[in-house]
Design a protein around this ligand. Sequence first.
Ligand code: ZN
Ligand code: ZN
Length: 361
Amino acid sequence: MHKRITHLRAALAERELPALLVSAPANRRYLSGFTGSYGWLLVTPSAALLFTDSRYTLRVAREAPAFTLRQVSHEHPFPKLLLAAVTELGLTQIAFESAHVTVAEHRGLVKALKKKATLAPVENVVEPLREIKDADELTTLRRAIALTDAAFSAVVARLTPTTTERQAAWMLELAMRVGGADALAFPSIVAAGPNGAQPHASPSDEPLGSGRPIIIDMGVRLDGYHADMTRTIVLGEPDARFWAIYTVVAEAHRRVIAGLRPGLPAHEADALAREHIAAAGYGEQFGHGLGHGVGLAIHEGPALRRASPNLGSAPLRAGMVTSVEPGIYIEGWGGVRIEDLVLLTEAGCEVLSQAPKLNHE
Ligand code: ZN
Ligand code: ZN
């Protein structure tokens, strides 16, 4: 954690910010180790304070030893404690995470600070630090991914054409929880036949059926970290149209895995898949981006998607963990998506997801 605080202080110095108030739960956990549901961090070049209430006093001592606890209570609400810290540290400006502070909270803080310090909105100060995973994070991610793979393999063998999407989703959830997951990373997607034409369908009472595509998108959350994996399966015999579409997606996926490397701009990674899918005539049927980073959030940087004119696309770096999830979605027929998590390495990338895929010989 000390290393992460050092990195944050460097980022603050670079932006000439004297202090950062951190309230996004994933950022709070990343910097401090604190897993409680309520808390604020105040980080300056010399101080690292954690404000939370009595529910979490013992937990702070155990999880966040690098931070000094300031206990919030009825008599000492957070805005009042922040004013005391500002006075003590001689701060005249505090940056806050504008994407994670409500208007009401902001109003309360401005009032409490009584013009002693101003609040400056900032974005994406901690998030870029989270994009590169350290050894501890990779160990946890690998465990979460292995658990996800195992749950998929155990359940897929027991699915039949009369199993409904909802039942399949529950079987997956049960397998993930019994396997040791803290929770699901997100509600599982099980989408059979035409339901799979929506990339993010919700499970229904529709039976899985036979001979048609079934998209299964699932992942566990373990010690705060998220896994994310999609397979498209068929019960019974797939037809020629299925194989034609599946082969395009599988080849797009393969091209990305072969082409990912540090230095490659994120939008070019997206293009590796998109150009292949478009050349096969399905460009319009691949609406979403190629992939997203995972970690303490299920969706985080880097974003592997088309470049937009005003948004640059940063080069990929070794140590990033991202999904690679090309797909084709056809109204009235269904969809095919294949999603693996991969780790960017100095040499290219390592595919972390190991759940079996369909293989068309
Ligand atoms: Zn997914
Ligand atoms: Zn994903």
